[in-house]
Design a protein around this ligand. Structure first.
Ligand code: JET
Length: 235
């Protein structure tokens, strides 16, 4: 999978060199490239923002550096004669649709995803219209809170999607039983010792009865989902 990131803070993405995704990049499973939006400015101060039409607080990201940058990235990949065969452009935004495990699953089958990281009060709205002529566009939110820019959200989405790309996680079975894959929270886990500082591992897990273990785990999943995330049960 090819992933491009456009940002005014490329250094944010240095951490992609470590851990699981770093190994996947080294193995050629993920081709992740980070681009500085300011490389597509033409003035001496490398300006990426300007005051908002209609007034109001803060600054808005200018459209032309974005168009130049997205054009250059789309042109690097074959296909893309029409928007439907172009890249998937993802703009993290508190005003976007919600990012979930099922969105991550969908995206893990994409050939090319481009993350556009906005800052300040956001990106000139016309950029999304323009990008939809060269690819598919989605504005996506991690949750109902505001970050200073799209970088941290893009990083979370890259990790959630990247680990679902075949081969990135060594043991694919570990992906099946985790939280959200079946719409429930994960069951509690324990390891040795069986008794630790006065806390004991539930007897059923030491029983060796696989059927009873499975029933207990399912019960725990439902119970903690009801307590912590009732919204998941009513969907
Ligand atoms: C976010 C993502 O805060 C989040 O995203 C970062 C962000 C903040 C401010 C502006 C911005 O620009 C993007 C844009 O969208 C229309 O213009 C992005 C919170 N949950 N998920």
């Amino acid at each position: 999978m090819r992933i491009d990131v456009v940002t005014i803070f490329p250094a944010f993405f240095d951490v992609l060199e470590v851990s699981l995704l770093g190994r996947a990049r080294g193995a050629g499973l993920l081709d992740i490239r980070v681009h500085d939006l300011r490389d597509h400015t033409t003035d001496r101060h490398r300006t990426v923002d300007d005051t908002p039409y209609g007034g109001g607080a803060g600054m808005v990201m200018k459209p032309e550096p974005w168009a130049q940058s997205l054009d250059a990235i789309a042109a690097e990949q074959e296909g893309g004669e029409d928007a439907a065969s172009g890249p998937l452009f993802v703009f993290p935004s508190p005003a976007g649709e919600r990012f979930t495990q099922s969105v991550a699953r969908e995206w893990s089958a994409e050939q090319h995803i481009v993350f556009g990281c906005g800052r300040y009060e956001g990106i000139d709205e016309r950029v999304f219209a323009y990008a939809s002529t060269i690819g598919r566009v989605r504005l996506v939110s991690l949750g109902d809170y505001v970050l200073n820019g799209g970088e941290v959200a893009a990083m979370a989405m890259i990790e959630a999607v990247g680990r679902l790309v075949p081969g990135v996680v060594g043991n694919p079975e570990s992906l099946v039983e985790e939280s959200h894959e079946d719409g429930l929270l994960e069951y509690p886990s324990y390891t040795k010792p069986a008794s630790w500082r006065g806390y004991d591992v539930p007897d059923v897990l030491l029983s060796g009865h696989h059927g009873r273990v499975a029933d207990w785990r399912r019960g725990q999943q439902v119970e903690r989902t009801r307590l912590r995330r009732p919204d998941l049960l009513s969907e």
